[in-house]
Design a binder for this molecule. Structure first.
Ligand code: BGC
Length: 711
């Protein structure tokens, strides 16, 4: 347990009076001095954690604890789960990561990381296992809610800000799960076979950004295999890519049970195993006895043990762990009310208005009666597994809507288990709000994409919506889902609001959006398909969920909207889509080459021409030229901003495109490459609602109608 530090330790940090406590030395030097002072056995003892029970998330425990060395004043290390809150007794449940992604808002991503980082610290932790930056390859993924969506640029940009926010609180962010951990089915054994270009363009850039721009102190290697070896013993991944190519200097820890053979793990660069009590696929754990045995059998060398411990210690010195007091586990200091407000604001910013035929916002002056239908609206909805945060406080959708409507409105409620009875309740009300949710969590993928898939409580949700919509023409559906779902009733209802898993204050946020107190700020971070068979992963079990523990990412770079665009498949709601209660004009686009190097500067004026304050999310896409053997998605997200404007106000938003934006991964040279050619630049309200286009001629290419040439 975290000791309560004395006043002296508080002032001087807790390092003591050792040579490595000299803060004028570099983290590398300090780590080396401490390493030299440790006995071989003590070093081995630092390779693994020693807390078996914390995974259940009880107060007073930690998801992981690393042993210290009291003889040398090396304190224990405490680690906890993220990313949507701290799972250690109750905590603030932030909206799901996908809701955060829907905000398209870097500033809010930083605040989100700040809240989680702050609670992690006040619950006595040094490291938080977050953010989850695996790409949403299929919305069937059980952890879809924990991802930042289907685009690597959006995921990377928001992931970087989240890390900055968390680490500014004084905890170390542990980005997870490295890499290509995109499904729960067979997650311990599955071999993700991903070609080099696809890996580099889709599944790795967000980790690269987390390391190079976010300066995440730690990386979690994942359960799955990647092109053969398991991620946690994958030399190519952990050495070549992470350390050599990206220059990562933090430490790598294993997901719970993801450690494999000690020899190959240490060789590849797995530095620490927080949970040596379980092996997921016949692995070995980094327990002292097992490491001693591996050394004796010459499966590994002391030098590799030292290297691993060196990575851990260097990170701890670099991130100030020794030079401050221990964080006490005392969440009485958490600003619970303030964090609930943050959670509400984030939920509002991530809420996506998918459809609005005029029913929304509800007019409180005219509304006399309102039906709220659906037992899902009466409970806390979140994703299961290591992100299952028990909230300090909770407002359900039903409670939030009732509170906002006030005593003057005749509120009717029906749980919806009998669609006909629910229709009777809805009939005659001024409007009906049907709240429906799905079931999703870590450990298993969904087996289907409909709302009724695997549903508990026996609700027939699609039928319920149809039945209520037939009885009340002002029917509004509120979705609380992990990710994209099927919406077969979408043309029969007046409004659809996607609030994902909206966290502690979700009910208040939903009510405020429904009544127009706030503009729904979200845009889709993932495509909603019309039919399950339209999914990029559909139709071939080898592609998904895999056959014989092998899954081929044969859709290649055509993940998410890239697939729908390239194949000409109309989605139900496209990537980037979301409506506002305001109206915006997108005007006067400008583009010029970057002053130095390959790149462009693009800007656009946004004017709020409506009568309400609203959120606009201009998006910039680039279409790269293809070549034989190199399929290119018609467009890829390269810029986005979230701008809040009052009526009549305008703002110019600026996008900077650097060389990377114009690059593809060259598999012959194994590096990023810019092809001469004609690039299509698209500015839009969504990936499918483009308001301005231009052609950019790169490196001397002759392009019809090219307005701008960049050398
Ligand atoms: C999850 C990780 C989590 C860990 C500890 C694993 O099953 O994959 O994301 O951090 O458990 O709870």
């Amino acid at each position: 347990m975290a000791a309560s530090p004395g006043a002296a330790a508080e002032a001087a940090g807790r390092c003591g009076d050792h040579p490595w406590c000299d803060t004028s030395l570099s983290p590398e030097r300090r780590a080396q001095l401490l390493l030299d002072a440790l006995t071989p056995a003590e070093r081995i003892g630092l390779l693994a954690g020693d807390e078996a029970g914390g995974v259940t998330g009880q107060a007073g425990t930690h998801t992981g604890t690393g042993l210290g060395v009291p003889r040398l004043d090396l304190p224990p290390l405490y680690l906890t789960d993220g990313p949507v809150g701290v799972r250690q007794g109750p905590g603030t449940a932030l909206p799901s990561s996908l809701a955060l992604a829907a905000s398209f808002n870097r500033r809010l991503a930083r605040r989100d990381g700040g809240v989680v980082g702050n609670e992690a610290k006040l619950k006595g932790n040094d490291v938080v296992y977050a953010p989850t930056i695996n790409l949403l390859r299929t919305p069937l993924w059980g952890r879809a809610f924990e991802s930042l969506g289907e685009d690597p640029f959006l995921t990377g940009q928001l992931g970087v800000e989240w890390i900055r926010g968390a680490q500014a609180q004084g905890v170390i962010a542990n980005v997870k799960h490295f890499a290509a951990n995109n499904q729960e089915n067979n997650r311990f054994t599955i071999d993700a076979r991903v070609d080099e270009r696809t890996l580099n363009e889709l599944y790795l850039p967000q980790f690269e950004a987390a390391v190079k721009q976010g300066h995440a102190g730690s990386v979690m290697c994942s359960y799955n295999r990647l092109n053969g070896p398991h991620a946690c013993e994958n030399t190519w991944l952990l050495q070549q890519v992470l350390r050599h190519r990206w220059g990562f200097r933090g430490f790598v820890l294993a997901d719970y049970g993801a450690s494999k053979r000690i020899g190959s793990g240490l060789l590849a660069g797995l530095d620490f195993e927080p949970y040596p009590f379980f092996d997921a696929d016949g692995g070995e754990n980094y327990t002292p006895a097992a490491v001693e045995a591996a050394l004796a059998a010459r499966h590994t060398r002391q030098a590799l043990v030292d290297r691993a411990v060196g990575h851990l210690l260097r990170t701890l010195f670099a991130y100030g762990f020794f030079d401050r007091a221990a964080y006490a586990d005392d969440d009485s200091r958490v600003d619970k009310a303030g964090h609930a407000e943050e959670a509400r604001r984030l939920a509002e910013a991530g809420t996506v208005l998918l459809e609005n035929d005029g029913a929304l916002p509800l007019d409180p002056a005219r509304l006399k009666s309102l039906a709220v239908i659906g037992a899902d609206g009466d409970v806390y909805k979140n994703g299961g597994g290591s992100s299952d945060v028990q909230p300090y406080s909770l407002v359900t959708p039903r409670a939030g809507i009732a509170a906002r409507a006030g005593a003057g409105v005749d509120m009717r409620y029906d749980p919806g288990d009998d669609p006909r009875r629910a229709a009777d309740v809805a009939r005659g009300a001024d409007a009906a709000v049907v709240v429906v949710a799905d079931e999703a969590g870590e450990g298993a993928d969904k087996s289907c994409l409909g709302l009724d898939c695997g549903a508990a409580a026996g609700l027939r949700r699609d039928e319920l919506i149809d039945s209520v919509a037939a009885a009340n023409h002002r029917t509004i559906v509120v979705l609380e889902t992990a990710g994209p779902v099927l919406t077969p009733w979408r043309d029969r209802v007046e409004g659809i609001v996607e609030s994902w898993y909206p966290g502690s204050a979700g009910g208040t946020a939903i009510a405020r959006v429904l009544f127009g107190d706030v503009d729904p700020g979200g845009r889709l971070p993932a495509t909603f398909p019309r039919r399950a068979q339209d999914l990029p992963t559909a139709g071939d079990p080898r592609r998904y969920p895999g056959v014989g523990d092998v899954v081929h990412y044969s859709e290649g770079v055509l993940v998410g909207y890239r697939w729908y665009d390239r194949r000409g498949i109309a989605p139900a709601f496209p990537f980037g889509h979301g409506l506002s209660y305001a109206s915006f004009a997108f005007r006067r686009p400008r583009m010029r080459p970057a002053p130095r190097g390959l790149g462009a500067r693009v800007s656009l004026e946004i004017v709020n021409t409506g009568r309400r304050t609203g959120v606009a999310v201009p998006q910039l896409y680039l279409g790269l030229p293809g070549a034989r053997g190199r399929v290119q998605p018609p467009r890829q997200l390269k810029g986005f901003e979230s701008v809040t404007l009052r009526p009549g106000r305008r703002a110019r938003v600026h996008f900077r495109l650097g060389a990377r934006a114009f690059s593809y991964w060259d598999v012959r040279r194994h590096r990023w490459q810019v092809a001469p050619g004609c690039y299509r630049m698209l500015l839009g309200r969504s990936s499918r609602r483009i308001v301005a286009r231009a052609t950019i001629a790169v490196r001397g290419a002759r392009c019809p109608g090219a307005a701008t040439a960049i050398p």
